[in-house]
Design a binder for this molecule. Sequence first.
Ligand code: GLN
Length: 247
Amino acid sequence: MADRTLRVCALYPDLMNIYADRGNMLMLERRCGWRGIGFELTAASLGDAVDPGAHDLFYLGGGQDRDQQLCAQDLYDTKRDALHAAAARGAVVLGICGGIQLLGDHYELGDETVPGIGLVDLVTKRAIDGSRLIGNVAIEVELEGLDGPRVLAGFENHGGRTMLGAGERPLGKVLKGHGNDGRSGFEGVIKGNVIGTYLHGPLLPKNAWFADWLLATSLGLAPGDLAPLDDALEDAAHASARRAAGL
Ligand code: GLN
């Protein structure tokens, strides 16, 4: 493993980073380090071009409506083509909360519509009454390379309601919480290696198994190829997040 390096590109880490999204990067860094896998983190913010071949995982965290409005057009103008090319060659693209919204077609906020980059077929609309979907959440997911369904636990807080296009597959089934729109019973989206979810928390420290799945998938490995770690603390964090969600 020592000759491998996980190359991560954090998109707008200065604008899209609420609810401890930075912890997700730290989690990947540590789990690589503990296994002797290199870790390279590059930031791409307003105006920065992105090299589609230079990264294994592209990360777009959560953001307030205001911050999303600041970066949505830039994402569309300066990074859209590169992210499509990266996804087409199998790189992982992970969008969290504000991030999932910008991976879709567009986000309607009252009179204004901000563009998404159309990596997945979904649209998001802010609720007319401004109500938010807030709380601890747990979803059941089935991912390639794993032996059965697993639980992702986290925290959601979004005013937007996300509707998936007819052909699009959700990331998981809501066990507790609201999910994409508070009604469908589904959460997130997964299309190839493009993944979107509303789960913050931060997501990865609460779900070490998912951090490893992302790490492995980004490197073109199976999750079982990664050396096991002592996950006593991580398992406790996961159990606590599940309990918080009422599972
Ligand atoms: N601003 C978006 C919304 O409220 C996303 C929020 C977030 O990333 N937590 O729907």
